[in-house]
Design a protein around this ligand. Structure first.
Ligand SMILES: Cc1cc2nc3c(=O)[nH]c(=O)nc-3n(C[C@H](O)[C@H](O)[C@H](O)COP(=O)(O)OP(=O)(O)OC[C@H]3O[C@@H](n4cnc5c(N)ncnc54)[C@H](O)[C@@H]3O)c2cc1C
Length: 376
């Protein structure tokens, strides 16, 4: 496995970095404070091709490999985690799922719009009473002729009533998984209250109700027989997406810590000259390198079409923990200034904490890893 970046990967990294620095650095504060969904930024991203990264060229996308997309998301997450999560789920989960598993009609209908930012997408897995494991769904679907009827509730759905297309996970009366493409405005698909979250405030999480929501048969993702397989693959991609965001946040916290420790003087020297600070920086670097390696390894296996359930869970577990630990330590390096809202670190810490929940808790990842260990 070669983790050296190709020229194309360096190009997408540099382009994403430049875009995030120019368009997001100041705006990230507003996104957080006003709980603003960054629709205008997403429009600009679509013009650069950043919303069609996983989409085949014939559907107006850029058809990039997964590692290139991960690298782009890391760069955006360094500056604004909310925007990075939207971009990560849009590219690596929804666009990927339709590109890989969708019917020709679904591809033709949605992929060009997703690539051009005319449809912004989200996923809806989580439910008020379901447990962390994504097979424990309560949203029930029954079939009536050419339609499915959905009844139930969902929580914490990215995009709220600002997004346009949602990948919604449900179960039928025989407990079989069904994955639907649901468009804003469908009858019986109701946005309830917006959730007021500690971090990731720009993603506009909200509660949803499905009240006799009628979904045409052609909105079932891909083939009926393959739904459980899709769920596993989509869930793995979700973990890759969130790991990339978590690593971007951690890397940015380290970069800020290095810069600050070389400037801040105490007792006649820079704080970077104190071994206690040096060790914190060294620990951050080791943790991030470790987390990034687990992520890139999972991505490489995915590229070889190998089984990745355990490796994606390891990447998600490791990178979420590293994001939280690194942002806490970066606040420490900055002293009292790190705790102030005038600087981005307190927001980055709040955003980092959400990485431990979204696409499954740390405990759920450990369950997946342990199950695999004990089976083999
Ligand atoms: C900011 C944010 C954005 C989100 N965005 C989305 C989104 O766009 N779409 C979406 O579908 N979901 C989203 N989520 C939801 C997220 O996926 C869930 O919060 C997560 O899966 C955990 O489920 P839960 O909250 O029901 O916790 P629970 O499953 O109720 O867990 C509660 C606690 O119990 C622990 N626990 C549960 N089961 C076990 C067990 N078997 N063994 C040991 N410990 C256990 C958990 O680890 C946790 O600490 C988002 C969450 C957040 C915070």
């Amino acid at each position: 496995m070669d983790f050296n970046l190709s020229e194309d990967q360096k190009l997408i990294r540099d382009m994403s970095r430049e875009f995030a620095e120019k368009e997001l650095k100041d705006y990230a504060v507003e996104i957080d404070e006003k709980r603003e969904f960054p629709k205008n930024v997403l429009k600009k991203m679509s013009q650069l091709g950043l919303l069609g990264l996983a989409i085949p060229e014939k559907f107006s996308g850029n058809e990039m490999d997964i590692l290139s997309i991960v690298i782009a998301i890391e760069e955006i997450a360094k500056v604004c985690a909310s925007t990075a999560v939207i971009c990560a789920i849009h590219n690596l989960v929804v666009s990927y799922a339709i590109s890989q598993f969708g019917t020709e009609e679904q591809k033709r209908k949605h992929l060009p719009k997703l690539a051009q930012g005319k449809e912004i997408s989200g996923i809806s897995l989580m439910e008020p009473d379901a447990e962390s494991l994504i097979t424990d769904l309560d949203l029930i679907t029954s079939q009536q002729g050419e339609k499915y009827i959905l009844n139930g509730k969902k929580r914490l759905m990215l995009g709220g009533n600002t997004a346009d297309l949602f990948l919604v996970f449900a179960k039928d009366e025989q407990s079989k998984i069904k994955i639907f493409l649901i468009e804003k405005g469908m009858d019986g698909f109701i946005f309830d209250k917006e959730e007021n979250t500690l971090g990731l405030r720009g993603i506009k999480s909200c509660e949803l109700s499905f009240e006799k929501c009628q979904i045409p048969k052609e909105n079932l993702l891909g083939k009926d027989m393959e739904q459980t397989l899709y769920l596993k693959k989509i869930s793995d991609m979700g973990k890759i997406a969130i790991s990339a965001v978590a690593i971007g946040i951690a890397q940015s916290a380290l970069d800020m810590s290095i810069e600050y420790s070389l400037q801040r003087r105490q007792f006649g020297k820079t704080i970077a000259e104190f071994q206690a600070i040096q060790w914190m920086l060294a620990q951050m670097e080791s943790d991030i390198t470790g987390a990034r390696s687990t992520l890139y390894y999972a991505v490489a296996l995915k590229g070889e079409s190998k089984s990745t359930g355990k490796e994606c869970a390891i990447a998600k577990l490791t990178s979420a923990q590293v994001a939280v630990k690194t942002t806490i330590n970066a606040i420490q390096v900055r002293g009292g200034y790190g705790y102030m809202k005038d600087f981005p670190l307190e927001r980055m810490f709040r955003d980092a904490k959400s990485m431990e929940f979204i696409m499954g808790t740390l405990q759920t990842q450990k369950d997946i890893i342990a199950e695999k260990l004990l089976k083999s």
